[in-house]
Design a protein around this ligand. Structure first.
Ligand SMILES: NC(=O)c1ccc[n+]([C@@H]2O[C@H](COP(=O)([O-])OP(=O)(O)OC[C@H]3O[C@@H](n4cnc5c(N)ncnc54)[C@H](OP(=O)(O)O)[C@@H]3O)[C@@H](O)[C@H]2O)c1
Length: 292
């Protein structure tokens, strides 16, 4: 393996921490459909340890991955945690026995979710908790987030949560949220093809708020595009590395949490930290947006 230099991608503040812009998303570590245990738990633990060994200091998770399983793997692999590791979790959903994703927004449910995360991660305080809005599970949908966010802010006041973020939200909801409590990050779907948040990213950058795209590689169906493959070929990189390098160059407030269950893919993805995309490559990639 070539030596990784993930610090080359720079850092950005996340609450009162500063994290490297290349992090890791742990969702892929649970079983198929993000439900139940992984086929090979040792391999999952190895991915987590390899991430931290490579310098990753920002891991994204949730207690509804598995459920509980992903957090338990993180605890088993990495506890006691290094001082510089920031664990970001999310609440607002529970899993049905059929693996469904269901809203869980009452104050009671949110309190239970915070305690589930604390217990399964082995923490006294959660660094950052994203409120995952579930008006539409597949994408942002308008509606007031005041009641659940006020409940989360109360848990923050009680000292169980250090910082609050929002996930799967509209610009209106970000503004509503910021009037209730400081918002340190927004986690929405965004990648080379899925560009709906272009304006929001720029607004958050101007405010010093992190934007953390989920599905940075396309999610369960990784990105495929002729233009992406051509650019990758020209730069002697892989399409996934180009997709991540493009996000790093898109805006300085973007923090990456690509997900993988494989150490080889993890190393490949982290190597994007040192990949620089020249103007011609950026122009070719820009055309993917219009081609859809
Ligand atoms: N807030 C939300 O609602 C929300 C929703 C979804 C996800 N998330 C968070 O965002 C993180 C990232 O999203 P994600 O993991 O779903 O999607 P992703 O990072 O876009 O892509 C993950 C998929 O790409 C594959 N992959 C990863 N690296 C690869 C490589 N180098 N070459 C080929 N294939 C590769 C993975 O398979 P392998 O395992 O085989 O590598 C997996 O199928 C999650 O881990 C989770 O923490 C948040």
């Amino acid at each position: 393996m070539t030596t990784l230099n993930i610090a080359a991608a720079g850092t950005f503040p996340l609450g009162d921490r500063t994290v490297k812009r290349l992090g890791y998303g742990a969702m892929q570590l649970a079983g198929k459909g993000v439900f139940g245990p992984p086929k090979d738990p040792e391999a999952a633990l190895a991915v987590l340890r390899a991430a931290v060994d490579a310098g990753v200091d920002h891991i994204d998770t949730s207690d509804f991955y598995g459920p509980h399983i992903t957090n338990q793997l993180i605890r088993q692999a990495l506890h006691p945690y290094g001082q510089d590791l920031t664990l970001v979790t999310k609440i607002g959903a529970v899993r049905g026995a059929d693996a469904s994703w269901n809203p869980a927004f009452s104050a009671e449910e949110l309190t239970r979710a915070v305690h589930d995360n604390l217990r399964n991660l082995g923490l006294d305080v959660l660094d950052v908790v994203n409120l995952r809005i579930m008006f539409d599970v597949h994408g942002p949908a308008e509606g007031s987030i005041e009641a659940p966010l006020a409940a989360l802010a109360e848990l923050q006041h009680r000292g169980l949560v250090r910082h609050v973020g929002l996930s799967n939200v509209t610009r209106t909801q970000v503004a509503e949220g910021r009037a209730i409590t400081p918002i340190v990050c927004v986690q929405n779907q965004y990648n080379l093809v899925h560009r709906g948040d272009d304006a929001l990213i720029d607004e958050l950058a101007a405010e010093g708020i992190a934007y953390v795209p989920f599905f940075p590689l396309g999610g369960f169906t990784p990105l495929q595009s002729t233009a992406l493959s051509e650019v990758a070929g020209q730069l002697a990189a892989t399409p996934m590395q180009v997709a991540l390098a493009w996000l790093l160059q898109r805006s300085p407030n973007i923090l990456l949490i690509p997900g993988t269950s494989s150490v080889a893919h993890l190393h490949e993805n982290l190597a994007a930290a040192t990949l620089s995309l020249p103007p011609a490559a950026l122009a070719a990639l820009e055309r993917i947006k219009t081609e859809g």
